[in-house]
Design a protein. Structure first.
Length: 275
């Protein structure tokens, strides 16, 4: 589109006219239209990024027991920084076309400083936190899409007998309680499916649709129940909360406190004190 816009007065003219055009570049309609198309295109991609990130968070919740272990938070931060970068670019472009020379110089300085800081953050993130680039299985799909897609060979889609579904749920819960799978802080739905002897997609539908919980919340319930038993145990009064959270399968104090408050409406310390 941009090439077509510039053909009449830039690409199809001789070198002299081209230089004249370039010297007064920002005053031409073509240049303003080009800048406008840039802003629209970038805005479009940023919106798509936000929508994809929202979908990605759901995929993590449906398939992994610890979303902190993967790169959602990092991607969220990256998206926010890119939005801020776009805002800087927008003001820079607006000032170039409608501001004075001093304002242009100031915004370029701020824009350059921000770019340097952004690149530094990007490099430091990759150096100090290489685990954020850990791959998440790209074959994962949202449960609602799996359930509605009749082309998928999923056993539960063909089950009309609720009794069979309940038997599968009982079997799943018994397996988790006996083997204490939830103690694995990085447990994924694929790993659990392999140990139970189910297809990953079948187990995903069973938990997310028929039990009615995300896999993330489903596993955390078992962890919190075990933490509650430890906090209520008189013989474990001396156990520190940090020790307990690692023992029950969490690997972060913040995620443990968040989950504990969600299920008990209290902090672990308050719960122990009241008990």
């Amino acid at each position: 589109m941009v090439i077509i816009i510039f053909i009449p007065r830039f690409f199809s003219v001789d070198e002299t006219d081209r230089m004249v055009f370039y010297q007064s570049y920002h005053s031409h309609l073509e240049a303003k239209l080009y800048a406008f198309l840039n802003m629209v295109t970038i805005s479009f991609y940023l919106i798509l990024m936000c929508l994809e990130l929202k979908k990605y968070k759901l995929i993590l919740l449906e398939n992994y027991s610890d979303k902190r272990y993967f790169n959602y938070r990092w991607l969220n931060q990256l998206t926010v920084l890119l939005v801020l970068l776009f805002i800087f670019s927008f003001f820079r472009t607006a000032i170039i076309y409608f501001g004075n020379r001093e304002e242009i110089l100031n915004i370029r300085i701020f824009h350059t400083i921000y770019l340097v800081l952004f690149m530094s953050w990007l490099i430091l993130k990759s150096l100090y936190s290489p685990e954020i680039f850990r791959a998440v299985d790209t074959k994962h799909k949202l449960v609602k899409n799996l359930y509605l897609n009749n082309s998928q060979n999923i056993n539960l889609n063909q089950v009309s007998d609720q009794k069979e579904i309940q038997e599968k749920i009982v079997r799943l819960r018994q397996h988790i309680e006996i083997n204490q799978s939830f103690l694995n802080s990085t447990l994924s739905i694929k790993e659990l499916a392999n140990s139970v002897g189910m297809e990953t997609q079948e187990l995903s539908i069973l938990i997310n649709r028929y039990i009615g919980k995300h896999f993330f919340d489903f596993i955390n319930e078992y962890r919190i129940e075990m933490a509650i038993k430890i906090l209520e145990d008189p013989n474990r009064r001396s156990s520190h909360v940090l020790e307990i959270l690692y023992e029950v399968g969490f690997n972060s104090k913040s995620s443990f406190h968040r989950a504990f408050r969600k299920y008990t409406r209290k902090t672990p310390k308050d719960y122990r004190a009241k008990f």
